[in-house]
Design a protein around this ligand. Structure first.
Ligand code: ES4
Ligand code: ZN
Length: 326
């Protein structure tokens, strides 16, 4: 459609992307062979057909198993380059990438191996594609806060190359309040703060992320719509929400894309953005997420432009860098 062509061509920033969730079955298979790692799959097709889940936990089990092929700095470099090269075609000009250091250090892969490969890819993408990048280190919320403190300690040599910390993994039963102290420490260190909240968890978790973690940006936030006072607060505070339509569909946060709340969010005045979350697992990168909502919802040209503008507005670029993109 004409609207989709318009969306595809607009410059965008991606603000919610787990780099480990961009691992395509082809690369997973290649890295398993390169590193002599046994996968429970005999072919690329078998990997793809194993991607069946209907909630966050079932997905996470497959996601953590998939990342076991990532062993060397070169693996993390190849993974990151493949993602950046892919979204260049979607006119993504700036990315703020999440990584899960504990998903690697728990397997004996050093923190420096993971971050080293990612940062080398960032440097090359700046030179080759003119893309700007930022890195956000996520704490796994199903693990104790003490483990998050350990991870923050391991990050110390790289703090000048880490823009912020986030909170991901199994939401229900692991409220933001569990990480209040480690987020306060990250804030003291000058890091930006984001957290997944209100994906499967209740509006109360969004309040905790705002009040106890003092987040700068809200990842997902879908269930905020259940609470009118919370909606009004998010609008008033100009909070950016990083919404992930195809992820919401695959994890059954929505029944189908025609009932996706992104249009309602925009009409309410919420600063929503479009993101791919784990594109290899959820069936599409940035522009495929736009295609999904454009085909399903009655979005206007203004809506599409607002979504793209919100992505730069809500980014951690400086005001000058934002102005250059908007
Ligand atoms: C995630 Cl969709 C989602 N939610 C929570 N944690 C995650 N880690 C990777 N993808
Ligand atoms: Zn996510």
């Amino acid at each position: 459609t004409e609207l989709m062509a318009y969306a595809a061509a607009l410059p965008k920033a991606e603000l919610h992307l787990h780099i480990e969730g961009s691992l395509e079955p082809e690369l997973m298979f290649k890295l398993a062979q390169r590193n002599k790692i046994e996968l429970p799959y005999k072919s690329v097709e078998e990997i793809r057909s194993a991607y069946q889940f209907s909630n966050l936990q079932d997905f996470l089990d497959i996601y953590y198993q998939g990342m076991s092929v990532l062993q060397t700095e070169e693996d993390f470099f190849d993974l990151t380059m493949a993602y950046l090269n892919r979204v260049r075609a979607d006119n993504v000009r700036h990315v703020e990438i999440f990584f899960d250091p504990q998903g690697h250090t728990a397997r004996g892969v050093p923190f420096g191996t993971a971050i080293g490969g990612i940062l080398t890819a960032f440097s090359l993408a700046k030179i080759q594609f003119g893309m700007t990048t930022k890195l956000i280190m996520c704490f796994l919320r199903h693990l104790p806060e003490e483990d998050a403190f350990d991870t923050l300690k391991q990050a110390e040599p790289w703090l000048d190359q880490i823009s912020g910390v986030g909170l991901d993994s199994s939401e229900v039963g692991h409220p933001p309040s569990k990480f209040e102290r480690v987020f306060a420490r990250a804030k003291e260190l000058g890091l930006k703060l984001v957290a997944h909240a209100g994906e499967e968890g209740p509006p109360e978790y969004v309040y905790e992320a705002l009040d106890q973690l003092t987040i700068d940006r809200l990842d997902h936030g879908n269930r905020s719509l259940e609470d009118q006072a919370l909606i009004e607060r998010l609008v008033r505070e100009e909070m950016t929400l990083t919404v992930c339509p195809l992820s919401n569909l695959k994890l059954c946060v929505v029944d189908d894309l025609t009932s996706h709340p992104i249009k309602r969010m925009l009409d309410l005045g919420l600063r929503a953005t479009i993101n791919s979350d784990d594109p290899s697992y959820f069936g599409g990168y940035m522009n495929e997420n736009f295609k999904g909502i454009i085909d399903a919802l009655d979005l206007s040209k203004d809506d599409v432009r607002t979504l793209c503008e919100n992505s730069f507005r809500g980014s951690f670029l400086s005001d000058g860098e934002k102005r250059a993109q908007l």
